[in-house]
Ligand binder design. Structure first.
Ligand code: CA
Length: 231
């Protein structure tokens, strides 16, 4: 089951960034720019999770959240509120209005993605795979264990996130810049060569004592997890 996420946000660059990252992780994404439009849309179809901006034209995120909690169809809809810095005093109000979680802008995209996964795993366990598999690789998101051919491997936190990200979309080529944005976050300043260093460490960890390398370097483009490789 593909998890469906609706983004209600009037800042289009942010919507584009979120859509890109959610789609890269395999979510189906819909976007709405206004609060009143979102309310109409949510009467027709209820997603698995709602990313809701605080300040919106039409109806505010807070008011929309309150209204959604009054309807049976959306009473239990997982909602993550996006708030701007300076609205911190309003956070509590946000949660008491019925949001399940909130993030303060500017936020780290990998951090938000992790919260979305965690929330979906609780609320819609059927939509989020607890175990990712590709070839003879197996990654368990609950225990953070990684195995290859049944043998457990020990990865650093960055290598783990990198592998998890690649395993979500086997075969897809990601540029170093995309990997930086999705695994490290845009707000963290690191050189693109950092990606090469961590891919090198990941390879070393998963390929120890093996001849096949599941990570493919695509010259001039980036990296992909090869779905074709046979273990
Ligand atoms: Ca806004």
């Amino acid at each position: 089951m593909i998890p469906r996420v609706m983004i209600v946000e009037d800042e289009e660059p942010l919507t584009t960034l979120l859509r890109y990252n959610l789609e890269a992780e395999g979510y189906s994404v819909s976007t709405v720019l206004r609060g009143d439009e979102a309310e109409i849309r949510l009467r027709e179809t209820v997603p698995d999770l709602l990313l809701l901006d605080w300040m919106l034209p039409g109806v505010s995120g807070i008011e929309l959240c309150r209204r959604l909690r009054m309807r049976d169809e959306t009473r239990a809809l997982p909602i993550i509120m996006l708030t701007a810095r300076g609205e911190e005093t309003e956070r509590v109000r946000g949660l008491s209005t019925g949001a399940d979680d909130y993030v303060v802008k500017p936020f780290s995209v990998p951090e938000l993605m992790a919260r979305i996964r965690a929330m979906l795993r609780r609320a819609r366990p059927e939509t989020i795979a607890a175990i990712l598999k590709s070839g003879d690789l197996e990654l368990d998101r609950e225990t953070h264990r990684v195995r290859r051919g049944g043998r457990e491997m020990h990865l650093g936190p960055t290598e783990y996130r990198l592998l998890e990200f690649l395993m979500q979309a086997p075969g897809r080529v990601f540029s170093r810049e995309q990997l930086l944005d999705s695994v490290w976050g845009r707000d963290v300043y690191v050189d693109e060569r950092t990606v090469d260093v961590h891919v090198g460490r990941l390879r070393k960890a998963i390929n120890r004592g093996r001849s096949k390398d599941p990570i493919r370097t695509v010259r001039g483009a980036g990296y992909a997890l090869d779905e074709q490789y046979s273990p």
